[in-house]
Design a protein around this ligand. Structure first.
Ligand code: SF4
Ligand code: SF4
Length: 124
C-alpha cells in the first residue's frame, strides 16, 4: 500500500521527501516543469516501495503510511496522489483540481500553519 502526501505539504513543498526517496516516485521534482505551479507533491502509488524514508524527512508531517491512515476529510487527497502523473497534463490537472477543491472545502484547516496542520486534522 503506497504512502500518501496530504495537505500540510501545500504551504511547504520543500522537496525534502524527494531527496530521500530511493525510487524517485515523488513528483513533481524541482527539475520537472510542473513544479512551480503544483499545489503540493504526490507519491506515485505503483512506484512507491513503502520504505518509509520520506516520513521523518517531512518537516510538517504531511506523509501517511497508507490510505487507511489518512484522516477522513483528507481522503480525496489519496485519489490525487493516485492519479498524478508527471508529464501527463490531464492527470496533473485532475490531481490539482482535487487538491484545490479540498483547499476550498477546508478554509479553517488551511488557516492553520502547515507545521500544525496534521495535529489539527487528528482532532477533527
Ligand atoms: S515510502 Fe519510500 S518509496 Fe514510498 S514515497 Fe516514501 S521514500 Fe519513496
Ligand atoms: S517533505 Fe513533506 S512538505 Fe516537503 S515536499 Fe515532501 S511531503 Fe511536501
Amino acid at each position: 500500500m503506497p504512502f500518501i502526501i496530504t495537505d500540510p505539504c501545500i504551504d511547504t513543498k520543500d522537496t525534502a521527501c524527494v531527496d530521500v526517496c530511493p525510487v524517485d516516485c515523488i513528483h513533481p521534482r524541482k527539475d520537472e516543469p510542473e513544479f512551480a505551479a503544483a499545489t503540493m507533491l504526490y507519491i506515485h502509488p505503483e512506484e512507491c516501495i513503502d520504505c518509509g524514508a520520506c516520513v521523518p524527512a517531512c518537516p510538517v508531517a504531511a506523509i501517511y503510511e497508507s490510505a487507511d491512515a489518512v484522516p477522513s476529510h483528507q481522503k480525496t487527497l489519496v485519489d490525487a496522489n493516485a492519479i498524478y502523473r508527471a508529464g501527463d497534463a490531464n492527470a496533473v490537472a485532475n490531481a490539482e483540481a482535487i487538491v484545490k477543491a479540498h483547499v476550498a472545502s477546508h478554509p479553517e484547516l488551511m488557516a492553520v500553519p502547515a507545521a500544525d496542520r496534521q495535529a489539527a486534522h487528528a482532532k477533527s
